[in-house]
Design a protein. Structure first.
Length: 200
């Protein structure tokens, strides 16, 4: 497999998932604002974020393939990103308590038109953006559950203020869809995309 894949993310979870799947890559985090636009749907927002992250890095690495990704939690049509602080984390966890929600991860693979096209300009790059959605059911949480969980620090860098692979697993009673999507990267979807574009 080509080692020219660049992951436009500093997420240790995404890096671990790719390594576990046997995908060779380097890391170059993107630096873009992550704010929904007025009237933007959750799916449109998360796909735009994945595209912008991929292209932010690709413009500096036009001969490489760049993978951008973004994960959001959606409940009642409301986007839950990473909490700003402990109070925001508590708000999110109360929203999720005792009910189902959706986790959407969008991924965008950007790269040169063909592997040998070193004379191409970045404007001829392809962008392949797709998304995966998983339904997650969270058991009822009381205030003690929420406060003790926040005190661990685990919720603070995660969309929706929880990590399914960590302490919060004790409250996840059911999922429908791709588990790894909830962790932060739909591995099977990414692998299909890499194969389609000749990276495997």
């Amino acid at each position: 497999m080509s080692s020219r894949l660049v992951l436009a993310s500093a997420s240790p979870r995404r890096q671990e998932l790719l390594r576990n799947a046997g995908v060779a890559f380097s890391v170059r985090p993107a630096n873009i604002p992550e704010l929904p636009q007025q009237g933007e749907s959750p799916d449109d927002f998360v796909q735009r974020m994945a595209r912008e992250k991929a292209m932010d890095v690709f413009l500096d690495r036009p001969d490489d393939f760049v993978l951008g990704a973004d994960t959001i939690v959606v409940v009642d049509g409301q986007i839950l990103g990473k909490p700003r602080d402990a109070a925001d984390a508590a708000r999110m966890l109360r929203l999720l308590s005792g009910r189902p929600h959706h986790v959407i991860t969008a991924v965008c693979l950007a790269g040169p038109v063909s592997a040998g096209a070193s004379d191409r300009e970045p404007t001829t790059a392809f962008q392949d953006a797709r998304s995966e959605t998983t339904l997650v059911m969270v058991d009822k949480l009381n205030d003690e559950d929420i406060q003790s969980y926040i005190a661990t620090g685990e919720p603070m860098d995660k969309a929706g203020a929880y990590g399914i692979q960590g302490i919060a697993s004790r409250w996840i009673s059911r999922i429908e869809g791709d588990y790894f999507n909830v962790v932060g990267l739909p591995v099977a979807l990414v692998y299909r995309m890499l194969r389609e574009h000749g990276l495997f």
